[in-house]
Design a protein around this ligand. Structure first.
Ligand SMILES: Cc1cc2nc3c(=O)[nH]c(=O)nc-3n(C[C@H](O)[C@H](O)[C@H](O)COP(=O)(O)OP(=O)(O)OC[C@H]3O[C@@H](n4cnc5c(N)ncnc54)[C@H](O)[C@@H]3O)c2cc1C
Length: 332
């Protein structure tokens, strides 16, 4: 394989925060970037769930900033009106007893829902939707990608996989021992999101809670976030440990156990929800990180990025995508 330097044509697999950050940063350096996304919308876990007029942030709940490079970007999003600070009243909660948790940093949300941030970034990229990359083949000029219909997606000088390790592993098998060995120890876990809508206000005094001693670790009044309307909507997220333990249960059983957990957390049944939905996230949270910003096989021109490289947060995905882009730019 003879890599072109500088690269002219780069493929990025996955249009979540990591893939979109990588794409928008690389684009500034000149090469043609194509993002391939299996679903029909961008954002990945920056997601919104809509049904029967109800709307919930069913993935990413809010995000915070620690790194100044992310802060510059978030400040730009604030100026553009893509995100706002969420000043919801957040508490620590156990069996109905709660204590206010002071925010150590501003909590940001996208406007009017989390998927808007993905759409904003996607507007700056060329993306092929409904395109699940199922095969990557090495060739003289670089890499050939194939989708789920065995369609040839083109030949690329470099390929970046901005997808969870569970999905990346079969794709990189036999292509790069650097990547295969590098991610052997990385693991992620799954969670459920229970989405509840009430006809009338629940009367709960807080807007969101970190829940202790419960199958749930987070609940939030979705409509307390800016520009979410007035309908009383709650999102409840299960702990990874509970999700793992109840893996064999049916969706109906999970739904009823999590609803019961919601009531126990807030201190009793308030009102019956008029709408309920359950969402499953396969690769939700990182358990074991890569412990590096990204992984790149420079000899072969293939790399991996995603939140799981650094942690469990949106900022981890941003920094990973940015680091991956800078690595490629620095090598040219
Ligand atoms: C329920 C939940 C709550 C969360 N809450 C918070 C929070 O409060 N604060 C916080 O900071 N973070 C939170 N997170 C984590 C945050 O959402 C993630 O860190 C971040 O969105 C990950 O971005 P990513 O680009 O690494 O991955 P993803 O968003 O997973 O993007 C990967 C993309 O790749 C696509 N893809 C996968 N395989 C293929 C393929 N073969 N071909 C083409 N496309 C493919 C997927 O469809 C997806 O769009 C939460 C996550 C979940 C699930």
């Amino acid at each position: 394989m003879a890599l072109k330097n500088p690269p002219e044509n780069i493929a990025i697999i996955g249009a979540g925060m990591a893939g979109l950050t990588c794409a928008t940063s690389l684009q500034l350096a000149g090469p043609k970037i194509t993002v391939f996304e299996q679903s029909f919308h961008p954002g990945g876990r920056m997601s919104v769930f809509r049904k029967q007029g109800h709307e919930f942030d069913d993935g990413l709940q809010y995000f915070t900033v620690q790194d100044e490079r992310f802060q510059w970007t978030v400040d730009a999003w604030l100026d553009e009106g893509v995100v706002e600070i969420w000043d919801g009243w957040c508490v620590d909660l156990e069996a109905g007893n709660f204590l206010r948790r002071e925010a150590s940093a501003p909590r940001y949300v996208a406007i009017p829902n989390m998927s808007a941030l993905g759409s904003h970034l996607a507007g700056l990229c060329q993306i092929e939707y409904g395109c699940r990359v199922t095969k990557i083949v090495s060739c003289e000029q670089g890499w050939i990608l194939q989708d789920q219909f065995a369609r040839n997606l083109g030949v690329f000088d470099r390929v970046i996989l901005a997808i969870p390790p569970r999905v990346a592993r079969p794709l990189i098998e036999g292509l790069s021992s650097t990547l295969e060995e590098g991610i052997a120890h990385v693991s992620m876990t799954h969670v459920w999101a229970l989405l509840l809508s009430f006809d009338e206000p629940t009367g709960l005094l807080f807007d969101a809670a970190f829940v202790a001693q419960s199958p749930l670790d987070w609940i939030a009044r979705n409509n307390s976030k800016p520009k979410r309307g007035v309908q009383e909507n709650w999102v409840a997220i299960s702990t990874p440990e509970w999700t793992e333990r109840y893996q064999q249960y049916s969706q109906q059983e999970i739904r009823s156990l999590l609803l019961q957990a919601f009531y126990e957390a807030i201190g009793g049944i308030i009102k019956e929800p008029t709408f309920q939905e359950l969402r499953y996230w396969d690769d939700a949270k990182t358990i074991q990180t890569l412990d590096a910003d990204y992984l790149y096989d420079a000899d072969k021109g293939i790399g991996l990025c995603g939140d799981w490289c650094l942690g469990t947060r949106l900022e981890s995905a941003f920094l990973s995508g940015l680091g991956m882009a800078n690595e490629i730019i620095d090598q040219t």
